[in-house]
Design a binder for this molecule. Structure first.
Ligand code: NAD
Ligand code: ZN
Ligand code: ZN
Length: 341
Protein backbone atom coordinates (compact mmCIF):
# COMPACT_ATOMS: atom_id res chain seq x y z
CA UNK A 1 0.00 0.00 0.00
CA UNK A 2 1.01 3.60 -0.65
CA UNK A 3 2.61 5.54 2.22
CA UNK A 4 4.24 8.95 2.67
CA UNK A 5 7.64 8.57 4.37
CA UNK A 6 10.43 10.96 5.38
CA UNK A 7 13.16 10.91 2.73
CA UNK A 8 15.43 13.77 3.79
CA UNK A 9 15.49 17.35 5.04
CA UNK A 10 12.05 18.83 4.22
CA UNK A 11 11.46 15.98 1.83
CA UNK A 12 8.94 13.16 1.62
CA UNK A 13 8.68 10.24 -0.75
CA UNK A 14 5.71 8.09 -1.62
CA UNK A 15 6.65 4.46 -1.23
CA UNK A 16 5.09 1.06 -1.01
CA UNK A 17 4.90 -0.54 2.45
CA UNK A 18 3.39 -3.88 3.49
CA UNK A 19 -0.19 -3.91 4.80
CA UNK A 20 -0.34 -4.52 8.56
CA UNK A 21 -1.55 -7.98 9.55
CA UNK A 22 -3.44 -8.73 12.73
CA UNK A 23 -1.49 -10.52 15.45
CA UNK A 24 -4.76 -11.34 17.20
CA UNK A 25 -4.25 -8.41 19.59
CA UNK A 26 -3.73 -5.18 17.69
CA UNK A 27 -6.66 -3.45 16.00
CA UNK A 28 -6.24 -2.84 12.27
CA UNK A 29 -7.99 0.24 10.98
CA UNK A 30 -8.51 1.75 7.58
CA UNK A 31 -7.53 5.40 7.92
CA UNK A 32 -10.15 7.93 6.84
CA UNK A 33 -8.46 11.18 7.93
CA UNK A 34 -5.08 12.08 9.42
CA UNK A 35 -3.97 15.44 10.79
CA UNK A 36 -0.60 17.08 10.13
CA UNK A 37 0.83 18.16 13.49
CA UNK A 38 3.45 20.78 14.42
CA UNK A 39 5.54 17.97 15.97
CA UNK A 40 5.51 16.13 12.63
CA UNK A 41 6.87 19.31 11.08
CA UNK A 42 9.96 19.14 13.37
CA UNK A 43 10.73 15.63 12.03
CA UNK A 44 10.22 16.71 8.41
CA UNK A 45 12.40 19.82 8.86
CA UNK A 46 15.20 17.68 10.34
CA UNK A 47 14.70 14.89 7.78
CA UNK A 48 14.94 12.22 10.50
CA UNK A 49 14.28 9.41 11.04
CA UNK A 50 14.35 8.45 7.38
CA UNK A 51 11.51 6.12 6.41
CA UNK A 52 9.21 7.29 9.23
CA UNK A 53 5.54 7.24 8.20
CA UNK A 54 3.95 9.94 10.37
CA UNK A 55 0.34 10.65 11.30
CA UNK A 56 -0.55 10.27 15.01
CA UNK A 57 -3.88 12.16 14.79
CA UNK A 58 -6.29 9.91 12.94
CA UNK A 59 -9.82 8.70 12.39
CA UNK A 60 -10.50 5.29 10.92
CA UNK A 61 -12.75 2.31 10.48
CA UNK A 62 -12.07 -1.07 12.07
CA UNK A 63 -10.93 -3.71 9.57
CA UNK A 64 -9.84 -6.28 12.18
CA UNK A 65 -10.83 -5.80 15.85
CA UNK A 66 -7.89 -7.84 17.22
CA UNK A 67 -8.56 -8.77 20.84
CA UNK A 68 -11.22 -6.09 21.35
CA UNK A 69 -14.35 -8.16 21.78
CA UNK A 70 -16.50 -5.01 21.95
CA UNK A 71 -15.48 -3.88 18.46
CA UNK A 72 -16.67 -5.13 15.09
CA UNK A 73 -15.55 -4.56 11.54
CA UNK A 74 -16.86 -1.21 10.34
CA UNK A 75 -16.82 0.56 13.74
CA UNK A 76 -15.57 4.14 13.57
CA UNK A 77 -12.68 4.74 15.95
CA UNK A 78 -9.68 6.80 16.92
CA UNK A 79 -6.87 6.02 19.37
CA UNK A 80 -4.30 7.52 21.66
CA UNK A 81 -1.20 7.01 19.51
CA UNK A 82 0.99 6.21 22.53
CA UNK A 83 2.28 2.94 23.99
CA UNK A 84 2.11 3.10 27.81
CA UNK A 85 3.09 -0.11 29.63
CA UNK A 86 -0.13 -0.21 31.67
CA UNK A 87 1.70 -1.46 34.75
CA UNK A 88 3.96 1.28 36.12
CA UNK A 89 2.82 3.73 38.79
CA UNK A 90 2.13 6.49 36.23
CA UNK A 91 -0.04 4.17 34.16
CA UNK A 92 -1.94 2.99 37.23
CA UNK A 93 -2.64 6.63 38.15
CA UNK A 94 -4.00 7.35 34.67
CA UNK A 95 -1.01 9.58 33.86
CA UNK A 96 -0.08 7.62 30.75
CA UNK A 97 1.88 10.62 29.45
CA UNK A 98 4.54 9.94 32.14
CA UNK A 99 5.06 6.25 31.40
CA UNK A 100 8.69 5.71 30.33
CA UNK A 101 7.45 3.49 27.51
CA UNK A 102 4.80 5.87 26.23
CA UNK A 103 6.72 7.11 23.17
CA UNK A 104 8.71 3.93 22.39
CA UNK A 105 6.14 2.42 20.07
CA UNK A 106 3.97 5.46 19.43
CA UNK A 107 1.98 5.22 16.20
CA UNK A 108 3.27 7.67 13.59
CA UNK A 109 6.14 8.71 15.87
CA UNK A 110 8.31 5.56 15.83
CA UNK A 111 9.80 3.85 12.83
CA UNK A 112 8.21 0.40 13.29
CA UNK A 113 4.73 1.81 13.87
CA UNK A 114 3.55 3.63 10.75
CA UNK A 115 0.97 6.36 11.29
CA UNK A 116 -1.96 7.60 9.27
CA UNK A 117 -0.08 8.78 6.17
CA UNK A 118 -1.06 5.46 4.62
CA UNK A 119 -4.29 3.51 4.23
CA UNK A 120 -4.17 0.88 6.98
CA UNK A 121 -2.49 0.93 10.39
CA UNK A 122 -2.15 -1.35 13.41
CA UNK A 123 -2.88 0.07 16.86
CA UNK A 124 -2.54 -1.19 20.42
CA UNK A 125 -6.05 -2.40 21.18
CA UNK A 126 -6.32 -0.80 24.64
CA UNK A 127 -5.69 2.64 23.10
CA UNK A 128 -8.57 2.41 20.61
CA UNK A 129 -11.72 4.41 21.35
CA UNK A 130 -15.01 4.03 19.51
CA UNK A 131 -16.43 7.40 18.46
CA UNK A 132 -20.08 8.53 18.49
CA UNK A 133 -21.97 8.58 15.17
CA UNK A 134 -22.51 12.33 15.33
CA UNK A 135 -18.76 13.08 15.29
CA UNK A 136 -17.40 13.30 11.73
CA UNK A 137 -14.06 11.85 10.56
CA UNK A 138 -12.67 15.38 10.24
CA UNK A 139 -13.64 16.11 13.85
CA UNK A 140 -12.19 12.81 15.06
CA UNK A 141 -8.82 13.63 13.48
CA UNK A 142 -8.80 16.86 15.53
CA UNK A 143 -9.25 15.17 18.93
CA UNK A 144 -5.53 14.60 19.60
CA UNK A 145 -4.33 18.23 19.19
CA UNK A 146 -7.45 19.45 21.01
CA UNK A 147 -6.50 17.23 23.95
CA UNK A 148 -3.02 18.81 24.03
CA UNK A 149 -4.67 22.23 24.39
CA UNK A 150 -7.01 20.96 27.12
CA UNK A 151 -4.08 19.50 29.08
CA UNK A 152 -2.12 22.78 28.76
CA UNK A 153 -5.10 24.83 29.97
CA UNK A 154 -5.66 22.44 32.90
CA UNK A 155 -2.01 22.72 33.92
CA UNK A 156 -2.22 26.53 33.69
CA UNK A 157 -4.73 26.39 36.58
CA UNK A 158 -6.65 29.26 34.99
CA UNK A 159 -9.14 31.02 37.26
CA UNK A 160 -12.23 33.02 36.29
CA UNK A 161 -11.16 36.53 35.37
CA UNK A 162 -7.54 35.68 34.56
CA UNK A 163 -5.52 37.37 31.83
CA UNK A 164 -3.96 34.68 29.66
CA UNK A 165 -1.33 35.02 26.95
CA UNK A 166 -0.90 32.31 24.34
CA UNK A 167 2.33 32.44 22.36
CA UNK A 168 1.97 30.94 18.87
CA UNK A 169 -1.26 30.48 16.89
CA UNK A 170 -0.66 27.03 15.44
CA UNK A 171 -3.32 24.46 16.30
CA UNK A 172 -1.83 23.89 19.77
CA UNK A 173 -1.97 27.61 20.54
CA UNK A 174 -5.51 27.89 19.17
CA UNK A 175 -6.72 24.88 21.18
CA UNK A 176 -5.04 26.23 24.34
CA UNK A 177 -6.65 29.64 23.79
CA UNK A 178 -10.06 28.05 23.25
CA UNK A 179 -9.82 26.21 26.58
CA UNK A 180 -8.33 29.22 28.39
CA UNK A 181 -11.59 31.05 27.59
CA UNK A 182 -13.67 28.04 28.61
CA UNK A 183 -11.84 27.88 31.94
CA UNK A 184 -12.83 31.47 32.65
CA UNK A 185 -10.09 33.76 31.32
CA UNK A 186 -11.58 37.21 30.82
CA UNK A 187 -8.87 38.27 28.38
CA UNK A 188 -6.86 36.08 26.02
CA UNK A 189 -4.13 37.64 23.89
CA UNK A 190 -2.14 35.74 21.29
CA UNK A 191 1.25 36.59 19.79
CA UNK A 192 2.46 35.38 16.40
CA UNK A 193 5.22 36.01 13.89
CA UNK A 194 2.79 35.02 11.11
CA UNK A 195 0.29 37.89 10.82
CA UNK A 196 -2.27 35.84 8.90
CA UNK A 197 -2.36 33.19 11.64
CA UNK A 198 -2.51 35.78 14.43
CA UNK A 199 -5.43 37.61 12.85
CA UNK A 200 -7.17 34.32 12.20
CA UNK A 201 -7.07 33.46 15.93
CA UNK A 202 -9.09 36.60 16.60
CA UNK A 203 -11.44 36.01 13.64
CA UNK A 204 -12.14 32.50 14.94
CA UNK A 205 -13.03 33.96 18.32
CA UNK A 206 -10.45 32.04 20.36
CA UNK A 207 -8.37 35.13 21.21
CA UNK A 208 -9.48 38.66 22.04
CA UNK A 209 -6.44 40.34 20.52
CA UNK A 210 -3.44 39.49 18.38
CA UNK A 211 -0.02 41.08 18.81
CA UNK A 212 2.94 40.91 16.45
CA UNK A 213 5.60 38.79 18.21
CA UNK A 214 8.39 40.69 16.41
CA UNK A 215 7.23 44.14 17.63
CA UNK A 216 10.10 45.59 19.69
CA UNK A 217 7.61 47.32 21.99
CA UNK A 218 5.60 44.15 22.56
CA UNK A 219 6.47 43.64 26.24
CA UNK A 220 5.75 47.28 27.05
CA UNK A 221 2.40 47.19 25.26
CA UNK A 222 1.27 43.99 26.93
CA UNK A 223 2.46 45.10 30.37
CA UNK A 224 0.33 48.22 30.02
CA UNK A 225 -2.63 46.19 28.78
CA UNK A 226 -2.53 43.74 31.70
CA UNK A 227 -1.43 46.05 34.44
CA UNK A 228 1.90 44.32 34.99
CA UNK A 229 1.69 40.95 33.32
CA UNK A 230 -0.45 37.92 32.58
CA UNK A 231 -1.67 35.49 35.23
CA UNK A 232 -0.86 32.59 32.91
CA UNK A 233 1.24 32.36 29.75
CA UNK A 234 0.97 29.25 27.55
CA UNK A 235 4.01 28.92 25.28
CA UNK A 236 3.06 26.98 22.12
CA UNK A 237 6.05 27.56 19.85
CA UNK A 238 9.14 25.83 21.22
CA UNK A 239 11.96 28.28 20.54
CA UNK A 240 14.08 30.56 22.71
CA UNK A 241 12.32 33.77 21.67
CA UNK A 242 8.96 32.36 22.68
CA UNK A 243 10.16 30.92 25.99
CA UNK A 244 11.84 34.18 26.91
CA UNK A 245 8.81 36.26 26.03
CA UNK A 246 6.68 33.96 28.18
CA UNK A 247 8.95 34.62 31.16
CA UNK A 248 8.98 38.38 30.43
CA UNK A 249 5.24 38.74 30.13
CA UNK A 250 3.91 36.67 33.01
CA UNK A 251 3.18 38.57 36.22
CA UNK A 252 5.04 37.91 39.48
CA UNK A 253 3.78 34.68 41.00
CA UNK A 254 2.25 33.65 37.67
CA UNK A 255 2.41 30.39 35.75
CA UNK A 256 4.26 29.73 32.49
CA UNK A 257 3.12 26.57 30.74
CA UNK A 258 5.71 25.23 28.31
CA UNK A 259 4.01 23.20 25.60
CA UNK A 260 6.29 23.95 22.65
CA UNK A 261 8.96 21.33 22.04
CA UNK A 262 12.36 23.01 21.85
CA UNK A 263 14.83 20.65 20.23
CA UNK A 264 17.83 22.90 21.05
CA UNK A 265 18.96 24.30 24.40
CA UNK A 266 17.15 27.55 25.26
CA UNK A 267 19.32 30.17 27.00
CA UNK A 268 17.33 32.28 29.42
CA UNK A 269 17.91 34.74 32.28
CA UNK A 270 16.68 32.57 35.10
CA UNK A 271 16.97 35.55 37.44
CA UNK A 272 13.73 36.84 35.98
CA UNK A 273 11.98 33.62 36.98
CA UNK A 274 13.62 33.86 40.41
CA UNK A 275 12.58 37.47 41.00
CA UNK A 276 9.01 36.77 39.90
CA UNK A 277 8.82 33.45 41.79
CA UNK A 278 7.42 31.88 38.66
CA UNK A 279 5.92 28.45 38.33
CA UNK A 280 7.32 26.97 35.14
CA UNK A 281 5.04 24.12 34.21
CA UNK A 282 5.81 21.65 31.43
CA UNK A 283 2.91 20.03 29.57
CA UNK A 284 3.19 16.83 27.59
CA UNK A 285 0.34 15.26 25.66
CA UNK A 286 -2.80 14.47 27.69
CA UNK A 287 -4.24 11.99 30.08
CA UNK A 288 -6.53 9.23 28.84
CA UNK A 289 -9.48 11.08 30.40
CA UNK A 290 -8.63 14.37 28.71
CA UNK A 291 -8.49 12.60 25.35
CA UNK A 292 -11.92 11.08 25.94
CA UNK A 293 -13.29 14.41 27.21
CA UNK A 294 -12.37 16.00 23.89
CA UNK A 295 -14.46 13.44 22.02
CA UNK A 296 -17.39 14.21 24.36
CA UNK A 297 -16.92 17.97 24.00
CA UNK A 298 -17.10 17.68 20.22
CA UNK A 299 -20.04 15.26 20.31
CA UNK A 300 -21.97 17.57 22.66
CA UNK A 301 -21.19 20.55 20.40
CA UNK A 302 -19.25 22.32 23.12
CA UNK A 303 -16.23 22.85 20.87
CA UNK A 304 -16.28 23.47 17.14
CA UNK A 305 -13.06 21.97 15.78
CA UNK A 306 -14.06 22.17 12.12
CA UNK A 307 -13.37 25.90 12.18
CA UNK A 308 -9.68 25.01 12.52
CA UNK A 309 -9.56 22.74 9.44
CA UNK A 310 -8.23 24.57 6.39
CA UNK A 311 -7.89 21.84 3.78
CA UNK A 312 -8.07 18.09 3.12
CA UNK A 313 -5.49 16.66 0.72
CA UNK A 314 -4.58 13.24 -0.75
CA UNK A 315 -1.22 11.53 0.00
CA UNK A 316 0.23 12.99 -3.20
CA UNK A 317 -0.19 16.51 -1.83
CA UNK A 318 1.34 15.97 1.63
CA UNK A 319 4.71 17.48 0.60
CA UNK A 320 2.94 20.59 -0.69
CA UNK A 321 0.82 20.78 2.51
CA UNK A 322 3.95 20.78 4.70
CA UNK A 323 5.49 23.53 2.59
CA UNK A 324 2.31 25.56 2.98
CA UNK A 325 2.21 25.05 6.76
CA UNK A 326 5.82 26.24 7.13
CA UNK A 327 5.63 29.20 4.73
CA UNK A 328 5.47 31.66 7.63
CA UNK A 329 2.82 33.70 5.81
CA UNK A 330 -0.05 31.34 4.99
CA UNK A 331 -3.09 31.47 7.30
CA UNK A 332 -3.58 27.68 7.09
CA UNK A 333 -3.12 26.00 10.47
CA UNK A 334 -4.50 22.49 10.15
CA UNK A 335 -4.44 20.40 7.01
CA UNK A 336 -5.93 16.91 7.09
CA UNK A 337 -4.90 14.07 4.81
CA UNK A 338 -7.34 11.61 3.28
CA UNK A 339 -5.34 8.51 2.21
CA UNK A 340 -8.32 7.14 0.27
CA UNK A 341 -8.45 10.11 -2.09
N1 NAD B 1 3.87 19.26 24.66
C1 NAD B 1 3.12 18.54 23.85
O1 NAD B 1 2.52 17.55 24.24
C2 NAD B 1 2.98 18.95 22.42
C3 NAD B 1 2.02 18.33 21.59
C4 NAD B 1 1.89 18.77 20.27
C5 NAD B 1 2.73 19.77 19.80
N2 NAD B 1 3.69 20.28 20.62
C6 NAD B 1 4.59 21.34 20.21
O2 NAD B 1 3.92 22.57 20.33
C7 NAD B 1 4.42 23.50 19.38
C8 NAD B 1 3.26 24.05 18.57
O3 NAD B 1 2.63 23.04 17.82
P1 NAD B 1 1.71 23.45 16.56
O4 NAD B 1 1.19 22.18 15.99
O5 NAD B 1 0.73 24.47 16.95
O6 NAD B 1 2.87 24.05 15.62
P2 NAD B 1 2.89 25.13 14.48
O7 NAD B 1 4.23 25.07 13.88
O8 NAD B 1 1.70 24.97 13.59
O9 NAD B 1 2.69 26.53 15.25
C9 NAD B 1 3.71 27.27 15.84
C10 NAD B 1 3.43 28.74 15.57
O10 NAD B 1 4.35 29.55 16.27
C11 NAD B 1 4.61 30.71 15.49
N3 NAD B 1 5.83 31.33 16.01
C12 NAD B 1 7.14 31.08 15.70
N4 NAD B 1 7.95 31.85 16.46
C13 NAD B 1 7.15 32.58 17.27
C14 NAD B 1 7.40 33.54 18.29
N5 NAD B 1 8.65 33.88 18.64
N6 NAD B 1 6.35 34.11 18.91
C15 NAD B 1 5.07 33.78 18.57
N7 NAD B 1 4.78 32.87 17.61
C16 NAD B 1 5.81 32.28 16.97
C17 NAD B 1 4.70 30.16 14.08
O11 NAD B 1 4.48 31.18 13.12
C18 NAD B 1 3.57 29.12 14.09
O12 NAD B 1 2.35 29.65 13.64
C19 NAD B 1 5.45 22.70 18.55
O13 NAD B 1 6.73 22.91 19.12
C20 NAD B 1 5.04 21.27 18.78
O14 NAD B 1 6.11 20.36 18.63
C21 NAD B 1 3.80 19.92 21.92
ZN1 ZN C 1 -0.20 15.95 17.33
ZN1 ZN D 1 3.64 2.61 32.27
Amino acid sequence: MKAVAIKGVRQFEIKDIPEPKSDGKKVIIEVSKTGICGSDIHYWVNGEPKGLVMGHEFAGVVVDPGDRLDLVKGDRVTALPISPCGECEACRNGDVQFCPKTWNEAVGLSIDNPGGLTSKIAIRSDMVIKVPDNVTDEEVAMVEPLAVGLHAAHLGRIAVGDDVLVIGAGIIGLASAEFAKKEGASYVAITETNKARGEKAVDLGVADEYYDATDKDLVEKLMAKTNGGFDVVIECVGNGAAVNSAISMVKPGGIVVLVGVATDAVPTYTVMAVMKELVVQGAIAYTYNEFKSCIDLISRKQVDVLKFVDDIVPLERVQEAYERLTSGTDAAVKILVDPSK
